[in-house]
Design a protein around this ligand. Structure first.
Ligand SMILES: [Zn+2]
Ligand SMILES: [Zn+2]
Length: 382
């Protein structure tokens, strides 16, 4: 094999990894895996050695250099199969086809793995194009297919608003204490979960609805506790710090099982009509910023659940009718980085504006500041 064709093979494998990551949910569904989405990372019980610790396997779904990388924290399964997404698939096939459970057991070959992947992606390795243009086109097709499929999702397990509200203490005291109005918390069904049997126990639950506002597609919950000085997680200060491997349960925000934040925009169900009318969308990081804008009569903001705009969120924006994006990420290093990422991703298709705000984030601004720093600004650019 010549050096050039080997390099080309490497580049193709990189594309295969990217394509697998674009279709990660379909891959999990194919193997019937239960997982939790933490935004940048997914966690699950390791399906390769079949462990039962639910946080044992971490797989990264964002980030250019480590997208698709995974780690099994209890058994180190990635050391047997390599830490790339291809290694992950190889591990899964080994477990499913040959009952692999530990080093020394029979494993699926690299060829078997690539054969599985190409048939799963419905692609011939020879047809895979490594150019950036081809890759972008493929990314777009993957996202469109995904959106088509997810709109067909069965609504059997989906909760309606009427069924969610009685499960929560609405409006949440936690946010009333942080200067949000009862009305706005009521409008968005924001309430405390005080049932110890539920996954959102001791969190303020923020439901996320589908585009048509018929069903809850997931929820995210803010811990009611402050950050612990000792361990950095957000647990009950009257209890001991959690062990390292259980810390992820005590994060500041936690998404409900199988909620995929990178496929949703918070508040899109209310905002879409206003985005269409104005051609303008305001992007913020978290739900609190949306509420604050909404309270002050700004109805066309959506939240990206963190500090990066995903490919799928971008495609939702592309179909929203927006032509102008006003980026209102937090006024800190992470927020400024997020604004740059959004600008880079969207500047070819949108007019982008990044106003400077005087507070740490939009949620901390009062009505007068919002008038002066945001409303006036919007008037100036449209
Ligand atoms: Zn494992
Ligand atoms: Zn602690």
């Amino acid at each position: 094999m010549t050096k050039k064709s080997r390099l080309n093979d490497q580049a193709k494998l990189k594309v295969v990894c990217d394509e697998l990551c674009d279709n990660i949910e379909e891959l999990f569904d194919h193997f019937d895996l239960e997982y939790k989405d933490h935004g940048k990372m997914i966690s699950m019980a390791c399906p390769i050695h079949e462990g039962d610790n639910e946080g044992a396997l971490n797989l990264y779904v964002q980030g250019d250099n480590y997208r698709g990388n995974w780690k099994c924290r209890t058994h180190g399964c990635e050391q047997c199969f390599k830490g790339s997404i291809i290694g992950f698939v190889r591990g899964l096939l080994s477990n499913r086809k040959y009952q692999w459970s530990q080093e020394g057991d029979k494993t699926a070959s690299f060829k078997e793995t690539i054969d599985f992947i190409t048939s799963f992606l419905k692609k011939d390795l020879n047809d895979i194009k490594v150019s950036k243009v081809a890759r972008n086109k493929s990314k777009f097709t993957n996202a469109i297919n995904h959106i088509k499929n997810s709109s067909k999702v069965s609504t059997e397990n989906c909760l309606t608003r009427d069924r969610i509200r009685p499960l929560l203490k609405i409006p949440a005291e936690y946010y009333i204490d942080r200067n949000f109005s009862k009305d706005i918390l009521d409008k968005y069904d924001v309430g405390l979960c005080d049932n110890p049997d539920r996954e959102m126990y001791n969190r303020v639950v923020v439901p996320i609805y589908d585009i048509d506002y018929n069903y809850m597609i997931g929820c995210t919950g803010r811990s009611i506790f402050n950050k612990c000085d000792k361990c950095g997680s957000f647990h009950d200060p009257n209890k001991d710090c959690p062990e390292d491997r259980r810390k992820y349960l005590y994060s500041k925000w936690k998404h409900s099982a199988n909620f995929k934040s990178q496929n949703s925009l918070y508040n899109y169900w209310f905002a879409k009509k206003h985005i269409q009318e104005t051609g303008v969308v305001l992007l913020v990081e978290s739900p609190g910023n949306v509420w604050k804008l909404e309270e002050n009569g700004i109805h066309n903001s959506v939240g990206i659940f963190g500090s990066a705009l995903s490919d799928r969120q971008k495609i939702m924006l592309d179909s929203s009718g927006a032509m102008t994006i006003i980026v209102l990420t937090d006024n800190d290093d992470a927020g400024r980085k997020a604004a740059e990422q959004i600008k880079e991703k969207c500047q070819n298709t949108y007019r982008i504006f990044i106003p400077q705000i005087s507070k740490a984030d939009v949620a901390e601004m009062d009505a007068e500041e919002i008038d002066r720093e945001i409303k006036e600004y919007i008037k100036g650019v449209i």
